[in-house]
Structures are given as C-alpha cells and as structure tokens.
Design a protein around this ligand. Structure first.
Ligand code: HEM
Length: 396
C-alpha cells in the first residue's frame, strides 16, 4: 500500500457529500489553491484540480492507466472490465475501433437531418405549451429519441435506461452510500445487456448489430459484446441531458448571451463548448500511476490513483481569464469536458450534434428563455446535471 508523501497538501472535506455534489465549485477552487496535486485522505486519491496537470495526465496514457479502471472504488473497477473506457494500449485501440467509427462526423452526417427534425418537433411542442420542464421535455427527450436506436437497444426495454445509465455513472465514484445504493440498478443494466446479446434482440443496422456480426465472423467473442454495449448506451443519455439542460439554464440566466447567440448564430459551436466548459457534465474519473511520477514537483508513488477533475480544470484561473463567467465569446474549445488524449469521448460528435440541434431549434423560434421556478440538481457522484428546470419559452 502506498503512503502519502509529506510534501503533498491535504484537503480534508469530503468532495462527495450531498452538499458538495450539489455545489462543487467552492471545493474545486480550494483544491486548486492548495496546489497542483492534493491528497484526499477519505478516498485515498491524489486529486489533480488544475487544467495543466489534468490535460498532461490524460495525454500520458502510457504512464496513467485506465485498464485498472477509472472509478474511485475497486468494485466498480472490477465490474467495468471489458469496456473501452477501462482498457489500455492495443486492447483499447481494438475495442475503440469496433464501433467508434459510427460516431465520427462523417457517419453522423446521415443522422443530422433526423436529429434536427426531432429537436424542432420538441421545441415546437414546448413553445405551444409555453411552460415546460427543460430537463424532461427537452434535454432528456432528444437523446432518448435518438441514441437507443443508434446503439440498437431493444425498443420494448427502454423504461429503465435513464435510471440505469445514471446508476452506472454513480458507481464510478467512491464507495459511498450514493454508489452502493446505485449498484443494484447498474448490475441490472449489465445483466440486461447480457440477455440482449444472448437473445440477439438488437435493432437491425445498429451498433449492436455490427458487434454481433463481428461475433458471427469470429473476430469478436460473444462475451465481449455486453460491456461494449454498456460503453455506449450508459454514457449516451445523462451526459447530453446535462449539456442541454445546462445550456437552457445558462441562457435563461444570461439573457444577453441568448440575444448575442441569436444575432450571431455562427457562435453556436463555441457556445456548446462554453456550456461544457462552464458546467462540465462529468466531474472526474481516476487513473492508476504505473510507476512513481513527478507531477509539477510533487512525487506520486507507483500504484497510486490520481483523480482527474475535468470540471475543476475547466474553471482553473491559471488557464482561463474569466473562468467563472459564462460567455460564448470565450475561446472555450480547449476545455477538457470531453476528456483528452486516447480516451477522449468517443460520443462527442453525437453529443455536439444533439446540443447544437436543440439550440438551433430554439434560436429559430424562441425570443427568451425564462426560469419560472427554482431549478433542482440531481445527486450523482459523477454526473453534474439538473433534475428539474421549469422554464417558459417566449416565442420569437
Ligand atoms: C455532453 C456529453 C458528453 C460528455 C461531456 C462526455 C464526456 C466524456 C469524457 C470526459 C470521457 C473521457 C473518459 C476518460 O477520460 O477516461 C468520455 C469518454 C467516452 N464517452 Fe463521452 N461524453 C458525452 C457524451 C457521450 C455520448 C453521447 C456517447 C455515446 C453515444 C459517449 C461515449 C463515450 C465513450 C464510449 C467513451 C470512452 C472512450 C474511450 O475510453 O476511449 N459519450 N466521455
């Protein structure tokens, strides 16, 4: 067992309590002020709260491994064996190449019209109703209408998808009550994925169908398919729900930014980056240090776990001029909200497509987005997103 070297600053508050999950930014600021590497005694993790060290660690995947899991607890790291997320080197390349090409911009072009039409229909309906829940009626409805079909998840078995996906993120945090409560629902998802593969109950032409075809050709084992399905279905909903609902919330609370975006819609791609920078959907994942490392003058022992705090890096005062201001004119493209390096988000093209389609549909039809009640935030060890967001869409 490794020991904390005395030179590393310590942060004793638990960044995974309910209160800290709901309002993480003061903790991130305190961590950044303490140094480039901060020891979290409760979780026995070396936290990296600043941008430079997060990015460098993500890019050095030979020294900071994902193959022993990226969760903050050993049980989930065992459970997530077989996923792309939890793999290194050539094995990671092999897994990623199996289906990730279906989410590259060229492949997504065919999907673009459909996603835009779905977004327009949802916004039309919301404008007609006037007041809606931005989370349920817009942010959740779009990914649910698009991604399960793309992955090939059986149509009759989608009622639990959101809940299972959220639970699968929750258990990637530390082994707190939050994670332990989520465990049975995440296991249900894994069991169900195994059944889908056993019964070959997948949609024709989908990603899952392509994986089963690889099994038939003898290039993939059947038992490799369920974790690969989880790889894509689990992160495909809550993450994008976060980005879309945060966009709605930020533009409702920054009406001058909404006005600017409507006047200069060429800023849309950067606006999506700014939303992901400002309210990063994923808080943090871990890596395991292969051997002793020096991180900005701090010695981290071999075998230690470092916590890559994407959401803190994206607010680092050392990297961003005005990190706590939401401004679509910020040069936000270099954020690490989608990760970086070999494991950078395989679904980011799709997430960008959905968020852009939703914002474009709103730009075309909505003069103002107004909050009509107190928004609430979901409690999840990994995902930072609204639970409810009562908004009124004022038509253009
Ligand atoms: C706004 C939405 C999203 C955000 C913020 C996000 C964020 C991330 C981040 C930070 C990582 C890096 C993990 C690491 O460093 O270990 C990641 C990986 C991944 N994401 Fe996303 N994600 C989003 C949407 C999606 C969607 C829609 C899909 C699939 C349909 C997806 C599939 C994946 C996969 C398969 C990986 C693992 C890649 C690998 O290990 O090589 N993500 N995502």
């Amino acid at each position: 067992m490794f020991r904390r070297p005395s030179a590393v600053p310590v942060y004793r508050p638990d960044i995974y309590t309910r209160a800290a999950i709901l309002d993480p930014y003061p903790h991130y600021r305190a961590l950044r002020e303490l140094g480039p590497v901060v020891w979290l005694p409760r979780q026995r993790l070396y936290a990296l709260p600043r941008y430079a060290e997060c990015k460098a660690t993500l890019r050095d995947d030979g020294a900071y491994l994902s193959g022993h899991g990226v969760a903050a607890n050993p049980l989930t790291n065992r459970l997530s064996r077989g996923t792309t997320l939890n793999s290194d080197g050539t094995e990671h390349d092999r897994r990623r190449k199996l289906v990730a090409h279906r989410l590259l911009p060229r492949a997504l072009r065919a999907l673009g019209d459909d996603v835009e039409a779905q977004a327009r229909a949802l916004v039309d309906d919301a404008v007609r109703r006037g007041t809606v829940d931005g989370v349920d009626d817009l942010a959740t409805a779009l990914p649910l209408a698009v991604v399960p079909d793309l992955v090939g998840w059986p149509r009759e078995e989608r009622a639990h998808l959101l809940d299972w996906g959220a639970a699968t993120f929750d258990i990637l945090g530390p082994a707190n009550v939050q994670a332990l409560t989520a465990l049975p629902r995440s296991l249900q998802m894994l069991r169900f994925a195994r059944r889908v593969v056993r019964e070959r109950n997948v949609l024709p032409g989908s990603m899952a169908h392509e994986l089963l075809a690889a099994v038939d050709e003898g290039t993939l084992r059947a038992d490799e398919v369920p974790p690969l399905l989880i790889d894509y279905i689990a992160p495909s909903l809550d993450t994008t729900v976060s980005a879309i609902s945060s966009a709605l919330h930020l533009f409702a609370t920054h009406p001058e930014q909404w006005q600017l975006l409507r006047e200069e819609p060429q800023r849309l791609a950067n606006a999506v980056n700014e939303v992901v920078r400002f309210q990063s959907p994923l808080r943090a994942f871990t890596r395991k240090a292969l051997s002793e490392r020096d991180i900005s003058g701090v010695r981290v022992p071999g075998g230690a776990r470092v916590l890559v705090l994407y959401a803190s890096a994206n607010r680092d005062e050392r990297e961003w001029d005005t990190p706590d201001a939401f401004d679509i004119r910020n040069d936000a493209g270099r954020h690490v909200g989608f990760g970086n390096g070999a494991h950078a988000c395989a679904g980011q093209g799709l997430a960008r497509l959905e968020t852009t389609a939703m914002l474009q549909a709103l730009i075309d039809r909505v003069e103002r987005i107004e909050l009509v009640g107190e928004p609430t935030w979901a409690v999840n060890n990994i995902i930072h997103r609204h639970e409810h967001l009562p908004v009124r869409l004022v038509p253009a």
